[in-house]
Write a protein that binds this ligand. Structure first.
Ligand code: F0G
Length: 431
């Protein structure tokens, strides 16, 4: 059995897995893929490990290797893989110390083919698009989804239509979309406004929508958790920390953890900590204050990947944070910038949104919510090279937060201009 089901617990309407739907037609709720998976956990662990040694494309993908855990396809010929996933789990003692921890591991999704975690979900979304016979796919994006969709659509031979908030995405990401051949429209509106626009266009033009509202993207992003657990020999950590924007990733992580627990792959569920940027923190406010969910009308952050004021997946995210006894934190622009530089000093590096994790951990250990001795995995969602402009400005003391406040270059590392003169350079390097 494999269906689309309404996520709203009072509705739970069911639809065929091949229905082209993004919301429940009865109540408007979010949809999720629902399966009955009946497998021996020990056999599965053995199978996943054996596949790592196999050169077959599906098995060497760090997503499709775990395909028994998201069995929505009836034919794997629909899959386009760029060998996504296979991202490392890295120890970082210096970052641990900065975060107030004895140890930390970074699950670095920036090692993906297009440099972000979006590839894990996109390979599944594009497979479903092909299965449905779609010739055009579309998304609105703060940059990474569009880069990923452009690459997978190009590899699959289907047309990619990309809608971006004009002037508010990093050049690294925009450049990827152009290079992969996507039709790219820069709209004079913010992410939330463009998502509403794209939903209308998708309906009118019959284009398949590949934002994280698409349940198959969420299925693919579950593999980030499966791979992370596999790399830890299925020992669940105490905490998994991630940045929150449109809240698709936390929805995927929570679902993966619940399903892994139900199957007996792990014996407990780690606590999820979602970190938002202060200027785009509607989910933080909602969880802290209770009551109704209020979107932030004009979200602002230099971490443009998470510059989202009206995250579509908040009902799922709330469920996952609650069912994992999780927390939501928010961090300032300065905190993100400094944490990012610290991750860089570990020889690892990441894009600004990803560094919200370490900034959030520092706050949560400071407040005694995460213990110093806790076993923590933080997910770095995007590659360092996605946003080089931000990095250069930080290190040369030119970075300004929205509103014009200067970010201190606390851990700055300015390049030094020198004359072409060995004596003067030697003199400089002696001190
Ligand atoms: N980190 C990075 C690097 C991202 O690109 C995103 C989202 C997030 C974190 C937040 O993840 O939305 O699942 O909560 N980027 C989207 C995009 C919105 O269009 O690329 P989320």
């Amino acid at each position: 059995m494999c269906d689309l089901v309404c996520f709203n617990p009072t509705c739970r309407a069911r639809y065929a897995i091949t229905d082209v739907l993004y919301n429940c037609t009865k109540c408007g709720g979010l949809l999720e893929a629902d399966y009955k998976i009946d497998a021996d956990p020990l056999e599965l662990k053995k199978l996943f490990r054996e596949r790592r040694m196999n050169n077959a494309p599906l098995d060497s993908s760090g997503v499709w290797r775990y395909r028994e855990l998201f069995p929505f396809l009836d034919d794997y010929a629909y899959v386009t893989t760029l060998r996504e996933g296979n991202t490392p789990l890295l120890r970082a003692p210096r970052a641990a110390e900065y975060g107030g921890l004895e140890r930390i591991e970074f699950k670095h999704q920036g090692f993906n083919p297009t440099g972000s975690f979006k590839d894990n979900g996109m390979t599944c979304g594009v497979a479903q698009a092909r299965r449905l016979g779609k010739r055009r796919v579309a998304c609105v994006s703060t940059g990474n989804t569009s880069a990923s969709m452009a690459a997978y659509a190009a590899a699959a031979g289907i047309e990619a239509l990309i809608f971006l908030p004009h002037g508010n995405i990093s050049f690294g990401k925009l450049a990827q979309a152009l290079e992969y051949g996507a039709r790219t429209l820069e709209v004079e509106a913010n992410f939330d406004q463009i998502l509403a626009l794209v939903r209308i266009l998708a309906e009118q033009l019959g284009i398949y929508l590949l934002n994280s509202i698409n349940p198959f993207r969420i299925e693919g992003q579950k593999s980030i958790i499966f791979e992370l657990l596999d790399q830890r020999d299925w020992h669940a950590p105490d905490w998994i920390v991630l940045p929150g924007g449109n809240l698709g990733n936390v929805s995927a992580f929570g679902k993966a953890l619940r399903e892994a627990r139900a199957l007996g792959l792990i014996d407990r569920i780690p606590r999820l900590a979602v970190v938002q940027a202060e200027g785009a923190a509607p989910f933080y406010d909602f969880v802290a204050q209770g009551g109704e969910f209020h979107p932030v009308e004009k979200p602002e952050t230099l971490a443009t990947a998470i510059r989202i004021g009206d995250p579509v997946s908040w009902p799922k995210a709330l469920h996952e944070v609650r069912s994992s006894c999780g927390v939501v934190e928010k961090v300032t622009e300065q905190e993100i910038a400094d944490a990012k530089a610290q991750i860089g000093r570990c020889g690892i590096g990441c894009e600004p949104a990803s560094a919200a994790t370490l900034a959030g951990i520092r706050k949560l250990t400071g407040r005694g919510i995460i213990d110093r001795g806790a076993d923590v995995v933080a997910v770095l969602t995007g590659n360092l090279l996605k946003d080089p402009d931000y990095i250069y400005k930080y290190h040369t003391d030119q970075l300004e937060a929205p509103g014009g406040v200067r970010i201190r270059s606390t851990f700055g590392n300015k390049p030094v201009v020198v004359p072409n003169d060995p004596d003067r350079i030697a003199e400089l390097l002696r001190v």
